[in-house]
Unconditional design. Structure first.
Length: 102
């Protein structure tokens, strides 16, 4: 996931991308919102019951992912999705026809 930024030799810096993701429980109408810099690893942790807050909620369905360039930006977006208006947006995303095709 890391990529090198174009800087003079010796000053290469790693840049990470962050994912804000939303999981929907399939047996209840609840959502888990999270962020990570390695989406595949994090989804495996959820699926293998290694995440305390979701291990009793399985099975889960990934319904939305957004890419952010900084952790700060990702954290703000995650907090937005956890807010009242953010929850309304999540309902719109989940009820959008065809979201299961992602």
């Amino acid at each position: 996931m890391a990529k090198l930024v174009d800087l003079p030799a010796g000053r290469q810096a790693r840049r990470f991308m962050y994912f804000v993701y939303i999981l929907k429980t399939l047996h209840k109408s609840s959502y888990y919102k999270g962020l990570t810099n390695n989406l595949e690893r994090r989804l495996n942790q959820h699926a293998n019951r290694k995440v305390k807050s979701t291990k009793l909620l399985l099975p889960l369905q990934l319904i939305h992912v957004e890419l952010c360039s900084t952790r700060t930006e990702a954290r703000k977006l995650e907090k937005f999705f956890k807010s009242g208006y953010g929850r309304e947006i999540i309902e719109e995303i989940a009820n959008k026809p065809g979201w299961r095709n992602w």
